[in-house]
Unconditional design. Sequence first.
Length: 452
Amino acid sequence: MEDEDEDENIRSIDRYFAGEVVLRRLGRSPTPVVVGDRYELMRTIGFGTYGRVYEAFDHDLRRRVALKVLDLGDRDVAMREGQLLAELHHRNVVSIFEHGIGPDYRYFVLELLEGPTLRAWWADESPKEIVAKFIEVAHGLAAVHAKGLVHRDFKPSNVRIGSEGQAVIVDFGLARHLITLTADLDELGIFVGTVDYAPPERLVGLPGDERSDQFSVCVALWEALSGTNPFGPCLEATVPVSRFRSIQAQAELLGKPRGSRHVVRAVRRGLSVGAYDRFPSMDALAAALAPPPRRWRWRHLIAAALVGVMVACVVMQLLPMASRGGGSVEFVANARMRWLGQAAVVAAREGNVDGALWRLEEGQRSERTEESSRALALASRSVAVEFEQTLLFENALDAWHLVALFARDASDSDLENQARDRGYSAAIAIHKASALKQVTVPSSLQTPSWHQ
């Protein structure tokens, strides 16, 4: 009885094609299976829970295409949403040539892409190239969202590399219009999609929106940069509710992603449990992932001039030491550490978070004297205060961590204790800002590392 029920759930076109495949294997001449009076099904090239993809031959235009078959559902909704997808033209979205409906199925005729999937492609690529591809994905999804559609099942296998090397989103089997999603009470409380990449709101059966796609993209990007799903792998037995609970309970994202600070920071925001904590749009995520612009404006020129003046002052202060020390290597090293500290302060005041922390960390990696360690400790304190004033508490915590390290090397216990106290204050501020995230401070401040 169960087998009969399963047979009834198989779409007629899939059953018909399967029968013809059996005849072909038996050496008999099968009848061509044609969809829409022109697309002859040749072979199955993909299938899943929600649809099946065939390679087909378009007899009118004499070309190979991909044809995806899905359950019909509501005929009017199927036609309306199919039309929206067919009207979409973007280099990072697969071209949809035609759409239609059969007796118990709907179908899309798509450009046939034979490049590798995004997952297969990223294996040997640098973080810079990986991020660039995901920015293309973000632009493609932004175009989809502009039509009022939500993808609902983004994952690396749903992206292929096109003939020009561009990322192309290829599967829209679960895409729905926002109006349809919010109006369809039959789907409320029901999860459809891929558990590994689904956002919390979708796992509990809520309709979700554009920010739900953003979460899925960021899961895939974190996975590409770290080699690990940020919330751990899913097993066959993993159900949506258990995945939702593990995401809520997880204090730290798994894996250590490669890439720039601003990229990791952007991905962390896109992985926020609450949709309102994510970026407002895919375009905003793409902008956050992109390398910061290097444009010289008046304020940058003024900042550069200030750095030059500071360097000159440092050199003038240390010239007597150089003359007494015979131009020692120590003099040059101390001057460089002072310059790194002052440059970090200027960068922080200019809002260049990565630049400020990079200069301080460069000082940490260099050989230092007690004197230069104290100079870097004071500079790090100024940077931390700047971050606190602009409510960048996560970055302030980084800076207070460096203050503690430099102060310890400089044997300045008072400054080290101050850094520890201010670090705890920054951690408390982060915790209050997001009650769903467990935040601690670095080991140098006598507690474990934190997670945003």
